[in-house]
Design a protein around this ligand. Structure first.
Ligand code: NAD
Ligand code: MG
Length: 395
């Protein structure tokens, strides 16, 4: 029996993960579930999966959860706070950690799981965008197995040779596909005034609100380019993005002989989640099979198209920050988290997310962060600067 800690179990990825685990109770047991504030949903999840631990971020939610579970006769121990996330991510009895918290808030628990040598299933891309080399060296030092859950990175991982030592010499480039999000065909002037509801209405995927807004700005793809650089150890120039509105090809690897290997599937996160859980084996995921007979066309658009460049200026910050000073990707991520939250609160306009990201990158000077403490300090500093920019824009 593999013991699994699901960090962020009440979110979109968390719920999909539990759905896959529910199909394979003979292989996996839930060790811990964690959430921010949703007590009702957590009670339901605990009653079904009977974890040893449940973690809530704040102590009030934890106290409420503990008494409700006691009333149900459950022995699940409820913990609270950021430190408890790291505890259940690194506990000696845990084999697999699903990192499905949104944002840099998941970084510490990811590093804890990495240092403890777990099989770490990474959905929480912001943790790697912030953590960069510090994150990757924790994986190496701890002897952890880092497996991507983001559908594009899972596709690339599935399209690469099993023998990692072959990657460097054989790969020409990685081609990340992107749906283009809800504003792919909108005029730039109309995008500027888009509402949170419009930004969160993704054409192909149902996801949390933060990643939905990131998909609409294509900052999600920028974060994914950065994620790919660290996961697959390629140079930024070896990573390309291609708009493919149907989201059937989940991403591709072009080899030095110009042969291309791709992974395909229906847009359902249970596919990559099941693969991460069972790798190198495969198990049933719940995702529907592709029906090629109903697919009349697959289309592709270049991100270098002039209109796309003006629609999605944030996308290009990926290469800029990767080629800039180490730590720039952490600054970009922090600014973007603050700006997206301000947009969702209707404090700034949609196009001002880019304004805040650009201004924060320009404003900060710092020395390259070499450890977790320095990264967290830089993250906090960038958040403070981005918050000031948001305030200035909203008044
Ligand atoms: P979500 O908002 O639906 O869920 C986030 C989860 O994290 C919730 O359980 C929430 O309680 C928890 N959480 C939020 N803030 C927290 C904090 N400060 N401390 C501790 N826990 C906190 O988000 P999601 O869509 O499931 O995305 C999760 C991660 O997976 C993100 O990094 C996202 O980019 C990535 N991802 C999501 C999808 C998708 O289809 N949803 C696809 C690829 C990658
Ligand atoms: Mg993705």
């Amino acid at each position: 029996m593999q013991q699994v800690s699901v960090l962020g179990s009440t979110g979109s990825i968390g719920v999909n993960t539990l759905d896959v685990l529910r199909r394979h109770t003979d292989r996996f047991q839930v060790f811990a579930l964690t959430a921010s504030t949703r007590v009702d949903q957590m009670v339901e999840q605990c009653l079904e999966f009977r974890p040893r631990y449940a973690v809530m971020v704040d102590s009030l939610s934890a106290t409420t959860l503990q008494s409700r579970l006691r009333a149900e006769g459950m022995s699940t121990e409820v913990l609270s706070g950021a430190h408890a996330l790291s505890e259940v991510a690194s506990h000696p009895d845990v084999h697999i950690v699903m990192a499905a918290i949104v944002g840099a808030a998941g970084l510490e628990s990811c590093i804890a799981a990495a240092l403890a040598g777990k099989r770490l299933l990474l959905a929480n891309k912001e943790a790697l965008v912030v953590g960069g080399n510090v994150f990757m060296s924790a994986v190496e030092r701890g002897g952890a197995t880092l497996l991507p859950i983001d559908s594009e990175h899972s596709a690339i991982f599935q399209s690469l040779p099993a023998d990692k030592s072959l990657w460097k010499a054989s790969v020409d480039k990685l081609i990340l596909t992107a749906s283009g999000g809800p504003f792919r065909t909108w005029p730039t002037s109309q995008i500027a005034a888009a509402t949170p509801e419009q930004a969160c209405a993704h054409p192909n995927w149902v996801m949390g609100r933060k990643i939905s807004v990131d998909s609409a700005t294509m900052m999600n793809k920028a974060l994914e380019v950065i994620e790919a650089k660290y996961l697959f150890n390629v140079s930024p120039r070896q990573i390309d993005v291609l708009i493919h509105p149907q989201s059937v090809i989940h991403s591709m690897v072009q080899y030095v002989d110009h042969s291309v290997v791709a992974q395909l599937g229906t847009p359902d996160m249970r596919g990559p989640i099941a693969y991460g859980l069972s790798w190198p084996e495969r198990v049933e995921s719940g995702a529907a099979p592709l029906d090629f007979s109903t697919m009349s066309s697959w289309t592709f658009e270049s991100i270098r198209d002039e209109q796309h460049q003006s629609r999605f200026p944030g996308l290009f910050l990926a290469w800029e920050t990767l080629e800039g000073q180490s730590g720039s990707t952490a600054v970009l991520n922090a600014a973007n988290e603050v700006a997206v939250a301000a947009f969702l609160n209707r404090e700034i306009r949609f196009d001002q997310i880019y304004t805040v990201n650009r201004a924060t990158l320009n404003a900060l000077s710092y020395t390259s962060p070499h450890d977790l403490a320095a990264l967290l300090a830089l993250d906090a500093e960038a958040r403070a600067v981005a918050t000031q920019h948001c305030r200035a824009l909203s008044t």
